[in-house]
Design a protein around this ligand. Structure first.
Ligand code: CO8
Length: 372
């Protein structure tokens, strides 16, 4: 048996930023336009007018100030409200692979490794741009990796579940060096025309390099990993390969994009995640007070404040539980890895930390790491 370790991470940041104010201007223009088109029905009381969104609400309800996107113009066009992403030919790298490769190259560069030293690539994300061939196999080819590659989807928990799969294979000796890649184009499956959620998500790609501890001079030893799932319809997207078989075929249906019961998610996921982390720590004989850092999933600031308080038994201080959601919004599986990437260099050998992601499924994954 070998000991797996995270030896580097990489983050690819998309080229465009959308602030809350820009988003709200576009949404309100869309709402005014639809309301004007339906003025008669609204006046007759057969249709409800779409209310305006507000930057104040977004910041207060979520802590989000801006988000990165692969295309800004299409998202902010009130007549469109989704990204304009060029259709690539089958001979060009796909957009997810391209974002993922950029994150992989950063991670490999930090660790002083080359692509041909990698023998497993897992592309773990909340949506894939095509059914097959796997995005991971395309990334494997583009970085010149050996071995094998596959895709997996556990929504927001994809990164930690991917780390578990890779770490277990490294532990068992079936692979030596793995990249877990999380290219998230959430702008493609967010419903930008829905006031309740139009502000939640952003695009990004992250990559996590996992090696045998003995192969690296420094990094974070993976002490243990715990994953759990419990079925819920409260975060759901019904799009899929059976779409054209439905009675209304390719109709513009709300349930073909991200849907959630935000309040219920809040209420149900918070106790599930806090209990999950505390059980994981308890099983490993680690006192929460020994944790130097919590790198949590980045969905909502109030949610993270609550989990931090529940786990540590007090308000987190300084950078104990860093948030990046104010800059990136919710980037689904990538959020906790961005936080880890940005806020882990200062930890000293022997320091313990915990990466935790949670979301649709429901799903929750936690990784206890120790700096060396
Ligand atoms: N502007 C102004 N007012 C608004 C807006 C808006 N944009 N939106 C809602 N309001 C109003 C509502 O109408 C409501 O008014 P009233 O009280 O009169 O009914 C009031 O504001 C309060 O609304 P809410 O109760 O909905 O507001 P909350 O305080 O609950 O905040 C949140 C909403 C931010 C969505 C919050 O509930 C939340 O963060 N919930 C948890 C979210 C979460 O963690 N989800 C996880 C999903 S991520 C995941 O698993 C990955 C899925 C795959 C990725 C998909 C990518 C697209």
């Amino acid at each position: 048996m070998f000991t797996p370790a995270i030896t580097a991470t990489g983050v690819y940041v998309p080229p465009h930023t959308i602030t809350n104010d820009e988003l709200v201007v576009a949404f309100n223009a869309y709402a005014d336009r639809v309301n004007a088109e339906n003025a008669e029905a609204i006046a007759a009381g057969t249709l409800e007018a779409i209310p305006h969104s507000s930057s104040e609400f977004i910041l207060k309800a979520s802590g989000i100030e801006s988000r990165y996107v692969m295309d800004k113009e299409g998202v902010l066009d009130p007549a469109r409200m989704y990204p304009r992403l060029r259709q690539r030919s089958d001979d060009e790298p796909g957009i997810m692979a391209e974002m993922g490769v950029a994150a992989c190259k950063t991670a490999l560069g930090k660790a002083g490794r080359s692509g041909d030293e990698v023998d497993l690539v897992i592309c773990a994300a909340s949506n894939m741009e095509r059914a097959y061939p796997a995005i991971a196999v395309e990334i494997q080819k583009l970085i010149g990796a050996r071995g094998f590659a596959f895709d997996m989807n556990v929504a927001c928990s994809s990164a930690t579940f991917g780390i578990q799969a890779a770490a277990d294979m490294i532990r068992a000796g079936s692979v030596r060096r793995a990249l877990v890649v999380n290219p998230e184009i959430t702008s493609g499956h967010l419903e930008w025309r829905d006031r309740d959620c139009h502000f939640i998500f952003g695009d990004v790609a992250t990559a996590t390099l996992i090696e045998r501890r003995e192969d690296a001079a420094h990094g974070f030893e993976i002490r243990s990993i715990r994953c759990a799932t419990e079925f819920s319809n409260n975060i759901r997207n019904n799009n899929g390969f059976l779409r054209r078989n439905r009675p209304d075929g390719m109709a513009d249906r709300r349930d073909m994009q991200f849907m959630q019961e935000g309040r219920k998610v809040f209420k149900e996921v918070l106790p599930m995640v806090s209990a999950h982390i505390l059980h994981h720590l308890g099983d490993d004989g680690i006192d929460a007070g020994a944790l130097k850092r919590l790198w949590l999933h980045q969905a909502n600031k109030t949610m993270n404040d609550f989990i931090g308080r529940k786990v540590l038994g007090r308000d987190p201080e300084g950078n104990e539980q860093p948030n990046i959601l104010q800059e990136f919004a919710n980037t689904s599986s990538a959020g906790s890895i961005i936080a880890f990437d940005r806020f882990s260099d200062d930890l000293a050998p022997g320091d313990l930390g915990l990466i935790c992601s949670f979301g649709a499924g429901y799903s929750v994954g936690s990784v206890i790491v120790e700096r060396f």
